[in-house]
Design a binder for this molecule. Sequence first.
Ligand SMILES: Cc1cc2nc3c(=O)[nH]c(=O)nc-3n(C[C@H](O)[C@H](O)[C@H](O)COP(=O)(O)O)c2cc1C
Length: 181
Amino acid sequence: MDRKFVMEKVLVVFASRMGSTGEIAAEIGKQLTRRGFEVDVYPAREAPDAPGYGAVIVGSGVYLRRWHPDAVRYLKAQAPDLAERSTFLFQSGPCGPTSETSTSTPHTVATLCCHIGANPPTTFGGNLDPAKANSLLARLITHSDLAGDFRDWTQIHTYADTIADQLHTNPAMTGRTLTAV
Ligand SMILES: Cc1cc2nc3c(=O)[nH]c(=O)nc-3n(C[C@H](O)[C@H](O)[C@H](O)COP(=O)(O)O)c2cc1C
């Protein structure tokens, strides 16, 4: 009898102060759905535990060189379970004329990547929209020459496609999350 494998669900977790990282997470979720995966997308504060998902993607906006605390908390709390499944990270931040320059990975996140065995986060351009600025500092920054939407949706789709390719072509990556039918 032929044995084929069915991928269990993929969880996309995000933390966002002004909404644009959430939009990236939603787009990653849509692209993975197009690629045949069952996907849940949750803000980190409400996200379910990693067990039960074949792969987990965690992303955060970068603020003053740090990830949103909700995303860091999620990574810390779920680290043992994330280490047992395919985990991918992304961060959204760089804006303005030098947005091509990669934002570095915060030290805490780099340390957690080592614990989990995940690659460092992929960096996407950020979005600074004065209409969404929700703090004094954000209002100052969004009224500077850094303002604008620097998210590259082609890059974001390619990121999701690369994850889909890896999960499809290397079932071993998903360990115990594969179900034989
Ligand atoms: C107060 C503040 C601090 C920021 N600090 C950084 C930073 O250290 N590095 C970076 O690359 N981007 C930084 N950014 C840009 C944000 O990461 C970018 O706007 C991102 O898209 C925000 O995501 P969000 O809409 O999900 O909150 C900062 C933005 C604000 C408002």
